[in-house]
Structures are given as C-alpha cells and as structure tokens.
Ligand binder design. Structure first.
Ligand code: NAD
Length: 525
C-alpha cells in the first residue's frame, strides 16, 4: 500500500497515521503545465511593474489571510503528513508568517537600485547602478516534509521580487500545496500570480521544461535534484537546489548537557526525523558520551507517539510505507554491522495502521555502515565519541552533504573556530535549525546538499535579474578605443605604472611622451 493514489485524474492525499483519504485534487497533466505557465506569465507582466508598496501590501494581506486561516491550514498539514499539530503551528505557520513580514518590510530596500562607486580615477565621471529586475515566472518544486512553509516562503520571496510562480507541490501533500495558491488568491493577489500544478514527477518534469519558466527553485532529494539539473542543463535554465543532508551535532565536554540533549531530541525526532536539517549524526566528547547517550535514550523513549491532531503527540508517523521500509533497512544493516539500538529500532505497538517507527538511538558499530553516510530521513540518530576538537571537525566533515551543523559548547571562541572549519551552509551554536524562520537568514547548503540560497537578501537576489545600468552623458572620450600604436602603448604602460606601480614618479618621467599623447588625444573636452 502506498500513500499516493491517482484515480481517474484525481490525486488523493492519504493520512499516513490512519491511512484514511484526507481529500483529493485534480491532477495537472504534464501537457497542461505550459498553459499554467502562460497564465502566470500574463499576470507577471503587470506584477513586474508593481511598486514595492504594492508588493508589501500584498504580502501583508497574505500574512493576514494565513492568520485568519491558521486552524484550517495547520489541520490540513497535520492530516496530510501526520506531524504533531504543535509543529504545524511552529514550523509551518509561524515561520511562514515571519518570512512574509520580513519580505514585506525589507524586499523594497534589498532590491532598490544600488549606486556603484567604482573607485577608479578614469571612471570617476560614471554614474552606474545595479538594478534588480524580476526574472518572470519561477517554477517551484517542493517536497512533502514542510508542505506549506517551504513553498509558501519561496513563493512569497519570488513574488516580492516581482515574479509570478507556478508551484508543483509534492504528490503526497497536494492539499497543503493548494493552500499556498489559495492564501495568495484570498489575499487578493492578481489572478494567475501563483498557480499550482498538481501531480507526481512527470508534472514536475513538465514544469522544469516548460517554455517561459525563467528559473527553478527545487527542494527535495538529491536523486530528483540531479534529474532536474540535467534537464535544466539542456535548456541552460538556472536552478536553485535545496537537497538533503545528514547534519552533524558536535557536543563538547563543556556543553550544557541538558540543553544539548533537549536539542538533539528535538532535532532528531521532530517531524519524525523527516527534516532536511534534522540531526542524524551526533559526536560527543568522550567524557560526556555515556551520560549523553543514557539521557537521550531515556528521553527518546518517553516521547509520545500518536495522532498528530492530539496536542500531546510529539512524534507522528513516517510519510509512507516506502520511507519506513528505507529506515528499517538502514537500521537493520547498521545492527548487522555491530551497532546497538539503545532505544527504539522497531515499530511501536499502537492501535493505528500508519507508518510509525520508534525514536531510535544507535551507538557503536561499523563507521562505514550505510546509516553513517546516507540520509535516513526518519527518527534515527547515531551517537559516537570523539577525543579531540580536530577529530570532531573531521568527523563532521566526513560526509558528502553539507546543509547544517551545530556546535554545543560554553566556549564562544571554540564555537567560532569550529564553525569556521565545518563544511556547511549553516552552523548554529547551542541551537539548530531555527534560522529557517528568521527573515534575514540565508538558507542553503554546500556539497551534495545543493547550491543557491533561499530566504534573506540572497534569496531575493536569486529571484532577480541582476543588471548593471550605466548612464554616461557621453562627454568624456574613452582612452582605450582606437587607434592603437606605439605611443598609445607607451601611454598605457605609463597609466598602469603610475596608478598601480611602486615607482610612480619614475613612470611619469619614463612614459611622459605616451602619457602626453593620451592626454592630447583623449582628454579633450
Ligand atoms: P523528492 O525528490 O522525491 O520530490 C521532491 C519534488 O520533486 C516532488 O514534488 C516530486 O513530485 C518532484 N519530482 C519528482 N521527480 C521529478 C522530476 N523528474 N522532475 C521534476 N520534479 C520531480 O523529495 P521528497 O521525498 O519529496 O523530499 C525529501 C527530500 O527533500 C529529503 O532529501 C530532504 O532532505 C530534502 N529537503 C531539503 C530541504 C532543504 O532546504 N535543503 C528542505 C526540505 C526537504
């Protein structure tokens, strides 16, 4: 049984805790995607000319609409993903509102034309600006793990920069994706500004290749990311890739143990471990290791597993049977290679048919086991001891991924030093992950975690055509234009040496004839 159902052109969404159908949406056939892009393009023509005041006003109205609809939206997200309702408020709704408000207040300033000061004497008369123009229609392809906040914030960013959007939500969470377009529509966005194409990979691929898509913002697995990049390469279409990870957590001997355990617990098991920046590898200073493992295992064993709708629930199900099978496969291989499940490592006994799995803490075993390298995307974390700081850094960096990482210590100098050596897009100290909901913070990874940035000013730049606009009254001759000749060459040698060499006076004398030639030829007003 899978959690995806397409029957007669309708895509059903299934609750992964109860396996009941939550609702359905019509599938967008791949051949119909281009028409959605064309509608978005039409809306974008006018929207691209809108003032930042108008964009600000729309984003504030979207935030207002979200607040008015928060119970409906969070209920949909929890029903489709099984995630605890508390998380639907914190990691889906609250952070979407924060991003909207930040964009509403700051997009105009970030994207205002910037005067360039060249700092070069012979360009002193220039007036040049960098301007940030909309790209057109952006294709946003999203995963199911944050089915509302990821596409909503990316769409808001695109719209703030004057673009229109066609969103392809995950086929596992189509109703949450529907809410993205709906909140824009209910907030009075121009018709067509945010369109949704529903369906699986074929619909996503059709969006990736549709004429008129200026850029793709993809969030999902590395496997799909590679496919999208390969298809985009043929079209020379730019792509932002927000991919998976295997985030490390480094706990030093002076860390606040209680806080580190709390952080590890939340980051490893929130959203049932299905978080791109969820902690999957914990490295603990040897003297703290055993206490850390004992406390983490005990607290993990106490997490309340159940229906996401119950406010007491702390851990819901995995999204699908396939996802649970993958987790089980990785855990069983790790155990075969000597790892011990200090807690968890099996399905819980519940009166629910869904894809539940116990929060699991693994220690020891073969460091070359698959679980040490592959993204688990489930409620499983491994813990190992380290002896030295450089060893901890090396362990953290021994991964093909590099999205987030966290350092747990009371020593601020050590935290900065370690952060500077970790290969990741984001490094947090005594905390983790929170910056996804903080407007100015850029989001994105290195290595196999992808490239490009969403959020913050860097996210707005990704949604913009960065153009240099020079305005020159045309009164000053340009010295390096034709004609060339020996005296011009001598003159330019003089220019280089006088401006940038050590012996300026000597250069002035040596190249005086060439310089005089340039002066005569070009500095005529
Ligand atoms: P996925 O790659 O299976 O699917 C993502 C989206 O791509 C879906 O909408 C899917 O329908 C679509 N798709 C599939 N094939 C396609 C194709 N050929 N062309 C175009 N689109 C296609 O990923 P998932 O399972 O939905 O999401 C989980 C992954 O996302 C994890 O690896 C997780 O770490 C990652 N993720 C990363 C971030 C981040 O910010 N870096 C955030 C959330 C999730």
């Amino acid at each position: 049984m899978t959690t995806q159902l397409v029957v007669e052109g309708e895509l059903s969404s299934v609750n992964p805790a109860t396996l009941e159908v939550v609702g359905s949406v019509p599938v967008t056939e791949p051949g119909d995607v281009a028409a959605l892009v064309a509608e978005a393009a039409e809306a974008q023509e006018a929207w691209g000319e809108s003032s930042f005041g108008e964009r600000r006003s729309l984003l504030l109205r979207v935030a207002h609409t979200l607040l008015g609809r928060m119970d409906d939206i969070t209920a949909t997200v929890t029903a489709e993903t099984g995630k605890p309702i508390v998380e639907s408020f914190t990691t889906e709704l609250l952070l979407a509102v924060e991003q909207l408000l930040w964009l509403a207040s700051h997009a105009g300033r970030v994207l205002a034309p910037e005067r360039l000061r060249y700092g070069i004497p012979y360009l002193a008369h220039k007036r040049a600006h960098v301007v940030y123009e909309p790209l057109g229609v952006l294709g946003i392809i999203s995963p199911w793990n944050f089915p509302f906040s990821i596409p909503l914030t990316q769409a808001a960013m695109a719209v703030a920069a004057g673009n229109a959007v066609v969103l392809k939500p995950s086929e596992l969470t189509p109703l949450s994706g529907e809410w993205v377009a709906r909140t824009f529509a209910e907030a009075g966005a121009p018709d067509g500004l945010v369109r949704v194409a529903q369906g699986a990979g074929e619909t996503g691929a059709a969006l990736g290749g549709a004429p008129g898509v200026a850029k793709l913002i993809f969030t999902g697995s590395g496997v799909t990311g590679r496919r999208i990049l390969a298809a985009a390469a043929e079209l020379l279409r730019p792509v932002v890739l927000e991919l998976g990870s295997k985030d490390p957590m480094l706990v030093f001997e002076d860390a606040d143990l209680r806080r580190a355990v709390d952080g590890a617990l939340w980051s490893s098991f929130a959203n049932c471990g299905q978080v791109c920046v969820g902690v999957e590898r914990i490295y603990v200073a040897r003297e703290l290791h055993d206490r850390f493992v004992t406390e983490l295992a005990q607290r993990a064993g106490e997490l309340k597993i159940g229906l996401g709708e119950d406010p007491e629930t702390e851990l819901g199900p995995l999204i699908s049977e396939q996802q649970r099978a993958k987790v089980e496969d990785l855990v069983s291989e790790a155990k075969e290679r000597g790892a011990e499940a200090v807690v968890g490592g099996r399905r819980p006994k519940l009166d629910l048919p869904g894809w539940f799995y116990e929060p699991t803490v693994l220690t020891g075993g073969d460091p070359a086991a698959r679980i040490e390298r592959e993204e688990v995307f489930g409620p499983v974390v491994t813990v190992r001891a380290f002896d030295r700081e450089d060893e901890a850094v090396q362990l953290a960096n021994e991964s093909s991924f590099g999205l987030g990482a966290s350092v747990w210590t009371r020593d601020a100098d050590r935290a900065r030093r370690v952060a500077s050596q970790i290969d990741a897009g984001m490094v947090w100290t005594n905390d983790l992950g929170y910056s996804y909901g903080a407007g100015p913070a850029p989001w994105g990874g290195v290595k196999q975690s992808g490239f490009g940035r969403t959020h913050g000013k860097h996210g707005l730049y990704e949604c913009s055509r960065i153009k240099l606009v020079d305005s020159d009254a045309g009164r000053f001759p340009v010295p390096w234009w034709y004609p060339y000749g020996p005296r011009a060459l001598d003159g330019f040698k003089g220019v280089v040496e006088v401006l940038h060499g050590d012996a300026k006076l000597r250069a002035l004398w040596t190249h005086r004839r060439g310089l005089a030639h340039l002066a005569r030829r070009y500095v005529r007003l």
